[in-house]
Design a protein around this ligand. Sequence first.
Ligand SMILES: [Zn+2]
Length: 272
Amino acid sequence: MNRNERTDHGPGDSAAPTANGTTAVPPTTATTGTVTGTGRRALLRAVVGGTAVVGAGLALGGGAVAAPARGRGLLTERPGSPAAALKELAEGNQRWRRMRQEHPHESEEIRQVLVSGQNPFAVVLGCIDSRVPPELVFDQGLGDLMTVRSAGEVLDSSVIGSVAYGVLELDIPLILVLGHQSCGAVAAAVEAEESGEELPGHLQYVVEQIFPSIDHSQHGDARVDATVTAHALNVRRQLAAEPDLAERIADGRLAVVAARYELADQRVHRIS
Ligand SMILES: [Zn+2]
């Protein structure tokens, strides 16, 4: 795994409206291997996309969001705060839902810029389900998202370490835990718990991680659906309790948010 470089998000990158939220920043060749905070932050901002950052709270897809991003050009400012990152995701999901995807950041130029480093603005922890690829449902491209996926977005040390890498090493301001409608892993957990049958191999581990989230107040499909929500909230809670992450949450540098993707209408909506 490369320890890539990125520049710091200074005060001007906060959610406060800025007049030059799309100011172009030329790429700088990074010196890899530098691990000091200063060195890490002093170099490349392989920045692409993102529109002017305006205060948007932490709403995500729960209702109307701002008009779809426009003018997402090369080498422009990127979301540097939790609120700005959520806004970018909400706008991307709205483009996806409306079949107005921009497919950003796939060009030859971007591919070359990203050789020198990366500057993703969000970690998305989602399920392995083939119907919920984060880059597609948020209409993002190369270098935009750090995605971590496991069945039922179940946590283990490797998953937590991967999420923490993005936050601690790349200063990513947002972790989005993304559950989804009709999650097979959650359905398997509900079934396994009800039947008492053990699943083969490591599948048992996966469902056991979901067991504590099972909503016994519901039955049948409603139980699965309620557990999808409860499980995403539990995963969010566990991540937010990680000491390294909690410290950043406390001082506003990081938000950990739980959300659901609905297969039926392709909407991502916040549940925490
Ligand atoms: Zn799933």
